[in-house]
Ligand binder design. Structure first.
Ligand code: UT7
Length: 330
């Protein structure tokens, strides 16, 4: 009997830049305070990529190189690299191509995928299908975002939230049922008005006016996004469990998108999971958009055991949201 091919995560890499932006630093920049930020979001500090000309590819490239090193493969062996980002180095060409060039992944084709904070889950799903089809053997999915490039550091409602970072996973074929087992992805474009970058696209190309109006920065109407996020992430995670006839007791870890600790707590409660089973690093990195979930896997890599069932869950701009069930392979 031919066993079904699944896409197993066989290595994880991550990178955060060394420079920190703490709540105390932000207190000197805008009218905010450490207590408000920590109680409303769970964030204490974030990392910022500094240096002229540095971009998301400079976050993604070291994350992918680390992954290759751990797995003992040459970047030339990568078949495909999917870069999930809302802060590409430039509108085109794709940041995936730039990462491949920087790391010497000369055998890979690459493309970018934009599903905002759910980007990594969308990328993982696409990458898994390349493996499941039998066409490719080594697919890298990297979430990389230099959010500091699109944050207005005079807007206290957004500048406290975001940070820079990248995380990456390697997907390889598995014949023993490990890897990506199921995914539910959703989107609703009517939510686009609540969280977006107003200018710089084809609808409103860059002009003196758009720059003067600060329309190249993130705009977010926080409260409605919060409400949709709490419901969306909790509902889809519960739906994934039900669909697979699982309960919270079967799950070793929830790996949630790190946007707000209160959204994470609501999702864990809905799934019947205790705090100890929830990966959390928002306090150190803030919201790194497409990088939050792989950065959690990277931070908690030593605590994952072969056979663990884990649920990855996200909600973000678009709106986009989803949940993925993974059986850990190593
Ligand atoms: O990752 C993509 C998806 N994004 C998300 O999931 C983010 C979802 N939204 C949120 O996490 C929350 O809405 C925020 C953290 C952005 C804001 O928290 P909130 O509890 O919704 O606060 P709020 O916007 O209702 O503001 C409450 C008060 C307001 O003052 P008044 O009107 O009550 O006097 C704000 O002006 O807090 C004020 N405020 C601040 N105060 C100190 C807003 N930002 C700050 C700040 N420091 N940085």
């Amino acid at each position: 009997m031919i066993k079904k091919v699944t896409a197993a995560i066989t290595a994880v890499g991550g990178y955060v830049p060394p420079d920190k932006l703490t709540n105390a630093d932000l207190e000197k920049m805008v009218d905010t305070n450490d207590e408000w930020i920590r109680t409303r979001t769970g964030i204490s500090e974030r990392r910022i990529l500094k240096g002229e000309g540095k971009a998301s590819s400079d976050l993604g490239a070291p994350a992918v190189l680390e992954l290759c090193h751990k797995r003992g493969i040459d970047p030339k062996e990568i078949d495909c690299l999917i870069c999930c980002t809302v802060t590409p180095d430039m509108l085109f060409p794709a940041t995936a191509n730039i990462i491949c060039d920087k790391i010497g992944a000369t055998g890979a084709f690459g493309f970018d995928l934009n599903a905002a904070c759910s980007g990594f889950l969308y990328g993982l799903s696409a990458g898994a299908m390349f493996i499941e089809s039998g066409r490719y053997k080594k697919v890298v999915v990297v979430g990389a975002d230099k959010m500091s490039a699109i944050v207005d550091y005079t807007d206290r409602t957004t500048c406290i939230l975001f940070g820079d970072g990248a995380g990456a996973v390697l997907l390889e074929p598995n014949h023993d049922g490990y890897g990506i087992l199921d995914t539910i992805l959703k989107s609703d474009g009517s939510g686009r008005h609540y969280l977006y970058q107003k200018a710089g696209g084809s609808q409103k190309p860059a002009s003196h006016e758009t720059v003067n109006n600060k329309e190249h920065f993130i705009y977010q109407d926080g409260q409605p996004v919060f409400k949709f996020a709490v419901k969306g992430m909790a509902d889809v995670s519960a739906e994934l469990l039900e669909k697979n006839k699982l309960t919270g007791d079967d799950i070793a870890w929830l790996v949630p998108h790190q946007a707000n600790k209160r959204i994470i707590d609501a999702t864990a409660n809905r799934m019947g999971l205790s705090q100890e089973k929830v990966m959390l690093n928002i306090q150190r990195y803030g919201n790194t958009t497409a990088a939050t979930i792989p950065l959690c896997l990277w931070d908690y890599r030593k605590e994952l055991n072969k056979g663990d069932l884990i649920v990855l869950a996200a909600f973000g701009g678009g709106f986009t949201w989803g949940a993925t069930l993974v059986k850990w392979e190593y």
